[in-house]
Structures are given as structure tokens and as C-alpha cells.
Design a protein. Structure first.
Length: 379
């Protein structure tokens, strides 16, 4: 295991000390970004089994043969999760993982995998695998009208108290431009799905905030021109008490929150729900999001090689840690060992953003750090 360079460690400490009274020098001493794993394929999101073993989605942007896998740090080996059969598409049914990015684990040892279904055009679904008993726990489908042709179901949270899963739909699938991004609510008791806040300022991509990397907007070739990409609802997390849902579009400078009680109330009209949305803080163009038990929020900054945070007290964004090797930091998730784990997916180096040339290169990294307060399993 490698520790980050002295340069970055000192930089992180200085940033934290000057960030505000809610952070102290003592807090800063625990902020140490470590390199946890070097891998042959890009990692998207991260979850954990009941024993704390890392489960990762191989980023679907690169069309991996193995969609989801576990990582063994002792042997540095990667194994298909939950098995090879579930990672193998077939024609007779859709009981396989087609295109997976979002992963979460719950308190019962179930790893939930969000299958976007966009690779082989199957109905999006949540697949829950019980890691204690090594068996399928549940499949929950997300058909239309909850999911659209332009849906790209990215990340999600699990409210075990209310038996709800809330999904962030980026709205960039099959030609989508992020304008129809939304939240999707899945009721695990009934299987009912609802699409809410579509195109709302809290979910839709901010077209005034392009993703800037190395001084240039992240763009794709379209009709002979380079067109910037705009991504809607992406980062999403839920506080310790299941009271507030925090979420935001990737392209945007604001973080929003919504009472989970309001989101769970399906009798509210769309307009009534929209009135419940609060602007919480400023942020950068971010990918993944997590939260600790004190309410401090953690972000992966896709425009730089860094992890940022918004403190619960002051609600101000600051840089927490950085490393030059952390190219497109993506998923972020807390484990029972006290660390938050972060993937570096190199998405911006993929072929669609580089005139058809894949400029990504091995190894792909997973980092980890200890948050300022204990995190929350499954966040």
C-alpha cells in the first residue's frame, strides 16, 4: 500500500486548516490519501460484502466483459461477482448484468447492483445479491415511464427504514443531453416505481457549467463538430438519520437536498414536491458523493485529481485530498474498516471524448482515506 506524496499530504493539511473553524488541525492529521489497488480495468462504483470485501463495477463506459467483480488485496486478484454466469449475457432471459455502474450495500449484507440495461437494450433493474448466503435476494425492475429512452441510471441510495431506493438518472443515455434528468423512487415493498423532478433545476444539467479538463470542455464529436457533454443528476447520498436526501447534477455549481419523508409520500403532486427542494451549498462539477455521521459531505471532483467536501457547519466547499494519479475520481463509498474508497476511472480519456481514440491506460487505481467522522455503511 502506497501513501500519497509529502507534497499532497501537506497541501491537504493546509487546505483543511484554513477552511474554517469547523475543521481543526487535529482533523487534518487524519486526512491521508492512500493508493489501495492497481487494476487492469477502470472501476466505476464501489460497495462491500458483509465481511468488508470490496465489490466494484468495471466502468461500463469501456464495455467490460466482466461487469461487476470483487477484489482481494492479499492476492491482488479480481473475481466476477456474484459469479461468472451473472456476468454473461444470454438471449433466453435478462437474469444477467448488462450495463452496471451504480453499486450499494445495505446493513444486511446485500449488495445492490443497478443495471442500466443500455448495452443489450434490456429493461433497467436493481439486482440484490445476499453475500451472507450467496444467493439472489431480489430483482426490482425499473420500466417506463419511470425510466426513459434517454435514461442513464447512475447512482442510488437505500433507505432501509422506508424500504425505498432512490436513483439518480443522468439523462444522457441514447442521445440524451441531461435536460430530462430526474430522480426515480423504487418502493421495495410493492415494486412500484415513480419518476420525479424531471428537468428540475436540482436534477437537470447546468449548461453554463461545462466539464473543464486541462483547460478544455469535455466534448464529443457530433455532426462534424465538438459538442460539450452535459450530465444531469449524478451524485446522491442520504444522511445518517434517513432524514435528508442530498443530490446534484454533475454539471452544476449547487448541491440540493430534499426531505426523504416528502419523497416517500406518493400523494404529493410534482409541484408540491418541488417546493420541498432546498439549495444546500455550492459545489464543483462532481461525480460521486458520500456523507459521514456528522453530516460532512464528500465529493469526487471530476475536473481535477481531488476529493472535496462540504462541512456540515459552514456548508462551504473545500479540497480535502489530491493525487495526480486520481484521473476522473468517480465512485466513493464507506467501508466498515473506517475508510472511504474512491475509484479513478479515466473516463475523460475514453474514445468518445478523444476523436475515437482510447487514451486511457493501465493501471487504473482505487484510493482510500479516512473521513473526518465515521462514515455510514452503504453510503
Amino acid at each position: 500500500m502506497l501513501r500519497m506524496s509529502l507534497h499532497y499530504y501537506l497541501a491537504a493539511v493546509i487546505v483543511l486548516i484554513v477552511a474554517g473553524a469547523s475543521l481543526t488541525a487535529e482533523d487534518a492529521k487524519g486526512v491521508n490519501l492512500e493508493l489501495y489497488a492497481s487494476l487492469d480495468q477502470a472501476v466505476g462504483n464501489i460497495a462491500f460484502t458483509h465481511t468488508g470485501q470490496l465489490v466494484m463495477s468495471h466502468h461500463p463506459f469501456f464495455k467490460p466483459a466482466i461487469r461487476v467483480a470483487t477484489y482481494d488485496p492479499a492476492t491482488k486478484s479480481v473475481t466476477p461477482f456474484p459469479n461468472e454466469q451473472w456476468n454473461t449475457p444470454r438471449k433466453e432471459n435478462d437474469w444477467y448484468l448488462d450495463d452496471v455502474l451504480g453499486l450499494r450495500n445495505d446493513s444486511r449484507g446485500v449488495v445492490w447492483m443497478l443495471d442500466m440495461g443500455t448495452r443489450n437494450n434490456v429493461t433497467p433493474k436493481l439486482v440484490g445479491w445476499n453475500t451472507r448466503e450467496n444467493r439472489l435476494e431480489r430483482i426490482a425492475y425499473i420500466p417506463a415511464p419511470a425510466s426513459l429512452e434517454t435514461s442513464q441510471l447512475n447512482d442510488f441510495v437505500i433507505d432501509e427504514q422506508r424500504q425505498l431506493i432512490v436513483i439518480a438518472d443522468e439523462g444522457i443515455g441514447r442521445g440524451g443531453d441531461g435536460s430530462k434528468a430526474a430522480l426515480i423512487v423504487v418502493e421495495l415493498k410493492t415494486g412500484k416505481t415513480r419518476r420525479v423532478l424531471e428537468g428540475h433545476i436540482s436534477t437537470a444539467a447546468d449548461r453554463n457549467r461545462p466539464i473543464i479538463i486541462a483547460g478544455k470542455p469535455l466534448s464529443v464529436d457530433q455532426d462534424g463538430k465538438q459538442v460539450p457533454i452535459f450530465v444531469g443528476a449524478d451524485g446522491i447520498t442520504l444522511d445518517h438519520n434517513n432524514q435528508w436526501l442530498y443530490y446534484a447534477p454533475l454539471n452544476g455549481d449547487k448541491l440540493y437536498r430534499l426531505p426523504m419523508a416528502a419523497l416517500a409520500d406518493d400523494s404529493l403532486t410534482e409541484q408540491q414536491l418541488r417546493k420541498q427542494v432546498e439549495t444546500y451549498s455550492d459545489k464543483v462539477n462532481n461525480g460521486g458523493m458520500s456523507i459521514d455521521k456528522q453530516g460532512n459531505l464528500y465529493f469526487t471532483n471530476v475536473e481535477s485529481h481531488s476529493i472535496g467536501m462540504v462541512t456540515a457547519g459552514e456548508r462551504k466547499y473545500t479540497v480535502l485530498a489530491a493525487d495526480d494519479r486520481m484521473l476522473w475520481p468517480d465512485g466513493i463509498s464507506y467501508n466498515r474498516d473506517g475508510y472511504m474508497y474512491v475509484s479513478a476511472a479515466q473516463v475523460h480519456l475514453g474514445a468518445p471524448f478523444n476523436h475515437g481514440e482510447d487514451k486511457s491506460s493501465k493501471p487504473f487505481y482505487v484510493f482510500r482515506f479516512k473521513p473526518l467522522s465515521d462514515g455510514i455503511l452503504g453510503r
